[in-house]
Design a binder for this molecule. Structure first.
Ligand SMILES: [Zn+2]
Length: 191
């Protein structure tokens, strides 16, 4: 599949998921440089973001599993500037106060938009391996896209030790492929 038919999904590289944020992923900022390298391999860069109203159902105050995070209008919802600056499109999810959405395809219209743009193949990185990267990659496969996750461009929450590797195995069983790193720019398929 050519570069012209490939999109990069940069999942939830947001301040609240980075060190210092309310739901920080250990070493989360390490995904930024690989994602920026991967952008050279694709025709379209899509950044997804968690974008919750206050009192979202996933927050502890409402019986959910997570501290408040990525609340609309707060700095914690901001996409890392290194990703924001390369994104062609930003997709917001979890915007309904009563509905959780881990996948960037969930209620966003993303699949139709990608198909309209001629995208057949999706490269995925971002945060976190065991939640939104997992859900987004599985959904991409279900939508019929060739889906490849780049291991140096993801980090896991690991609420339970091993969650990251279990998520990788689950994605692999669903037909998601994996590679370790971004390619050298010189080997990118001409479009
Ligand atoms: Zn969330």
């Amino acid at each position: 599949v050519s570069r012209a038919r490939t999109a990069l999904l940069a999942v939830d590289v947001q301040r609240d998921f980075l060190p210092g944020g309310s739901l920080a992923v250990s070493d989360g900022e390490a995904v930024v440089a690989p994602l920026r390298a991967l952008a050279a391999e694709v025709a379209l860069v899509v950044a997804t973001r968690d974008f919750h109203p206050p009192h979202h159902c996933s927050f502890i105050e409402r019986g959910g599993p997570w501290p408040a995070h990525c609340v609309i209008g707060t700095s914690g919802a901001a996409i890392h500037p290194g990703i924001d600056s390369i994104a062609d499109l930003i997709v917001s999810k979890g915007t309904d106060p009563d509905v959780e959405a881990y996948s960037g395809f969930d209620g966003t219209g993303l699949a139709g938009m990608l198909r309209s743009a001629g995208v057949e193949r999706i490269v995925v990185g971002g945060l976190a391996t065991d939640y939104c990267v997992r859900a987004t990659s599985l959904a991409a496969r279900s939508e019929g896209f060739d889906t490849e996750v780049v291991l140096e461009a993801i980090r896991a929450v690991e609420a339970q030790p091993g969650d990251g590797s279990r998520a990788v195995e689950e994605m692999r069983r669903a037909g998601v492929t994996f590679r370790d790193t971004a390619r050298d720019g010189s080997s990118v398929t001409a479009s």
